[in-house]
Design a protein around this ligand. Sequence first.
Ligand code: DC
Length: 230
Amino acid sequence: MNAKKLVIAIDGPAASGKSTTARLVAERLGYLHVDTGAMYRAITLKVLKFGLKPDDVGNVGRLLTSTRVELQRTNDSVRVLLDGEDVTEGIRTAEVTKAVSAVSQIRQVREAMVREQRKMAEGQGIVLEGRDIGTIVFPKAHLKIFMVANLEARARRRQDELKAKGINANTRLILEEIQERDELDTTRDESPLKRAADAIELDNSNLTINEQVEFVLKKAKRLLEQNEVK
Ligand code: DC
């Protein structure tokens, strides 16, 4: 690994502010931003398109062998490609959100995604966000952040996000959806969401986006100044 290129892992539950933080940190450092949740969502979209049940291990596994998920960097965003088709918006629907926990529990799906994620880090600085980056994908990441926020803050952010897309969602339903996903993500057998022992916990319930980003950047810059980064 190049002495000046860090692998930064940002893990945490749904709607904890990972994506915005990871994207801005990557932008500021000139690194690649990898939203690993988007990769699991893309597979899920294909599973639904093929009319498969999200927990149909055998058929989903077979489908995977002819599926290509890529993240393509453009000037100002990262596009998600599924078998060459841009699905950046299509992976954010309620149907995909509902089914993604089941699909992402399938071992073959995880193995394929983890392999891709490790490949992406070859020779470049990278910020990956997800659930298992610091524990499974890059247990030796230079910097590991575990982001948390209280339920109210997370629900509020999710609601704002939806509102920006013109969707008026019910607060109670949002809270339920977040709690349900927390439960599924933390109790599953395959790579459950948990904080790596050496991750720094960042509770951002009362932080602005800028404060979160600066927190991570400060840690990253300190590491870059040290010559210990290998
Ligand atoms: O971050 P997100 O909400 O877009 O992620 C969608 C789902 O993908 C989430 O419910 C759990 C799963 N996921 C995972 O299992 N491992 C990751 N590294 C990232 C996401």
